[in-house]
Unconditional design. Sequence first.
Length: 189
Amino acid sequence: MPTVGRLAEEDIPGALRISLKELGADYLDGSDFRETLGSEDSFCMVARDGDGAVIGFSICHVFGPDELDERLRLPDGPERRLLESKRLIGLFDSVSVDDRHKGRGVGTMLFERCTDTFAEKGVEALVAMGWEDRSGHCNIGRMLVTMGMTPSYAIKGYWNQFVDSPEGHMCPTCGRPCTCSGRLFYKVL
């Protein structure tokens, strides 16, 4: 039975291995995981198998409405205005599960543990950007809906905004630049 707990330094290589395969080589690096260690506003939960190996992770951030542009880069609209009205927002920034463990409830375990942590911090709304490929399949969409989040609009090429390359993100699905969309999901607590 998998367990879920806070990221430790020794978990970073395992989490990074999953990230490289699932999210691409230029999306996260070790510093993204290290920044969550000891942070008040960011945290990373990892799922471990019975041997202690990392089989999934979720990097999360807590922020105020003044950081919406930096964290999400959403266009104006009702969803943005809703989030602007909240004191604290919880962002599921990156959620990934090793291929061999998908469909076994690992993502749900991570989501539930992160949601509990967000609630402890006084978060008033949850947000996530699902990775939606060109065929319209959203990697975590079904799980987010099951967990009570509402799907909203998609932003084509969304992931290119978050890498330091003028050519865009090197997507593991469609190459560079990424033509996948970011699908917004949200939930008011």
